[in-house]
Design a protein around this ligand. Structure first.
Ligand code: CTP
Ligand code: MG
Length: 231
């Protein structure tokens, strides 16, 4: 299996003044934690990183790691990296999920190999919050201010939060990415595109923290969890 690491985002919401994948976390660039997990996994033969412009040298010379330019969207970054993948299976992973483990990558690949009918399997967790669909209520009668109101409440029992890694049969992911670029670029994960192509994608609850670093608070939490691992 090849691991594709999507690392070309700009990290607007983190606001650290540079691309999120290279922001220091526990004394090393955030992406180093994901690279460690990939390179320690017995299921991963090599890694392709989609990096932000000007950051390829940061990863230069690592054994079993190839670097490609990222694209304007996450899906474009993944498509660039996928062009270099020659293995039957591919794991797509966000550099923004530094808590990933080699064991999780191994488990996901084993699940997919064990189900010949499946096109992919993703790490995902049941949602803990009650989720509301919210819409804008335009009150033209008073101040013209728009107000957010609840449209409806979704059935939590059916809702899972998608994470990465997401492991696919490479041919299935490649075919799924061959859609109109507007559709491709609106995708927030790869499973979405494989689902849309009629694919069968399984769910695996990692059972370990696998949070995504989006905000400065997430960065602090990730730092604490990684420090705890070293104890
Ligand atoms: N990503 C990417 N190429 C892009 C956009 C995002 O490879 N053009 C990657 C990010 O590097 C990240 C993952 O996709 O590892 C998930 O994206 P997100 O958490 O949204 O990261 P950013 O886009 O960097 O953050 P923000 O949306 O706050 O700017
Ligand atoms: Mg983003």
């Amino acid at each position: 299996m090849t691991a594709v690491i999507a690392a070309a985002g700009s990290g607007e919401r983190l606001g650290a003044g540079g691309p999120k994948a290279f922001v220091p976390l526990g004394g090393r660039p955030m992406i180093a934690w994901s690279l460690d997990a990939c390179l320690a996994s017995g299921s991963v033969a090599g890694v392709v990183v989609a990096a932000p412009a000007g950051f390829d040298h940061e990863l230069g010379g690592m054994e079993r790691v190839e670097v490609v330019d990222g694209g304007a969207t996450r899906a474009a970054s993944v498509a660039n990296a996928l062009a270099r993948v020659a293995t039957e299976y591919v794991a797509v992973h966000d550099a923004a999920r530094p808590l990933v483990t080699a064991g999780l990558l191994d488990d996901l690949r084993a699940i997919l190999v064990g189900d010949p009918e499946a096109d992919g399997v993703i790490a995902a967790c049941p949602i803990a919050d009650t989720v509301k669909r919210v819409r804008v209520d335009l009150r033209v009668d008073s101040t013209q201010e728009s107000t957010r109101i609840i449209g409806d409440t979704l059935d939590r029992a059916e809702l899972w939060a998608a994470q990465t890694p997401q492991v696919f049969r490479t041919a299935a992911l490649r075919a799924a990415l061959e859609v109109d670029h507007a559709v491709r670029d609106a995708a927030t994960d790869e499973a979405m595109l494989v689902e849309a192509a009629g694919g069968r994608v399984l769910i695996h609850d990692p059972g370990v923290p696998n949070l995504k670093v989006t905000t400065p608070l997430d960065l602090r939490v990730a730092e604490l969890l990684l420090a705890e691992r070293r104890l």
